[in-house]
Design a protein around this ligand. Structure first.
Ligand SMILES: C[S@@+](CC[C@H](N)C(=O)[O-])C[C@H]1O[C@@H](n2cnc3c(N)ncnc32)[C@H](O)[C@@H]1O
Length: 216
């Protein structure tokens, strides 16, 4: 099991070390509703077209690929810092995408020209400096008409005690408010649309979806 404890704002201390195992992580994603949430993200926000190029930042075990329509012949690229996750993704989705084992601070130079760049539950694992550097890299790798989609857990007013407990105990230690997430991107993109989704998962878990575009 790869331990990436304390990389940026990612902590796998205590019981959370088990989530670094691809099988346990996948099981956790299924029972919390994270997997069905990914399906909804594709249906409602990404809506890829035929042969679109997609970059999945912090792709985990690559299960996003399960939810894309195979007939679209997408050019999918994923990257994650966890070697075991990437090993699992390579085995499970052989031939359907390209996976890199790397941190988001060292994305492969040769990968660019994406129609969609997606960041699902990754920014809250990064410190602020790395987040801002990542946004600069995204700007360089996104096509002019491309879409950058962020979906992150978010602090809101009136969250229940259970939700606050779950968020405080997440491996990602840098969950922000909606305003803080917007501040990260608003100077960099022409248009930034933000919404809070409160029924994304089976557990109490508010998500901030932000859609960034270079042109209107
Ligand atoms: C909550 S998981 C989300 C995974 C995936 N996006 C999904 O929705 O299934 C966060 C992911 O970020 C990865 N991660 C944490 N720090 C990272 C870094 N500095 N660079 C790349 N990936 C990182 C973790 O290994 C983990 O797979």
């Amino acid at each position: 099991m790869t331990s990436i404890s304390d990389t940026n704002a990612h902590s796998s201390r205590g019981w959370k070390i088990f989530l670094e195992s691809p099988e346990i992580f996948n099981f956790w994603q299924r029972i919390t509703g994270a997997e069905k949430w990914k399906r909804r993200i594709i249906r409602e926000y990404v809506k890829p077209f035929e042969r679109a190029r997609i970059f999945d930042l912090g792709c985990g075990t690559g299960t996003m690929l399960k939810h894309f329509d195979r007939n679209l012949n997408l050019g999918y690229v994923g990257c994650d810092i966890n070697r075991d996750y990437i090993g699992h993704a390579n085995k499970k989705f052989k031939g359907r995408g390209k996976f890199y084992c790397c941190g988001v601070d060292s994305l492969p130079d040769e990968e660019s020209g994406f129609d969609f760049i997606i960041a699902i539950a990754i920014f809250h694992h990064l410190d602020d400096k790395t987040s801002l550097q990542l946004i600069d890299s995204v700007k360089c790798k996104l096509n002019l008409k491309g879409i950058f989609l962020i979906a992150e857990p978010v602090w809101t007013e009136n969250q229940s005690g259970i939700e606050k407990y779950l968020m405080r105990n997440d491996r990602g230690k840098n969950i922000k408010t909606e305003n803080e997430y917007i501040l990260m991107v608003k100077e960099k993109f022409y248009s930034v649309e933000s919404m809070i989704i409160s029924d994304s998962h089976y557990i109490p878990w508010s998500v901030n979806v932000i859609i960034c575009k270079n042109i209107s």
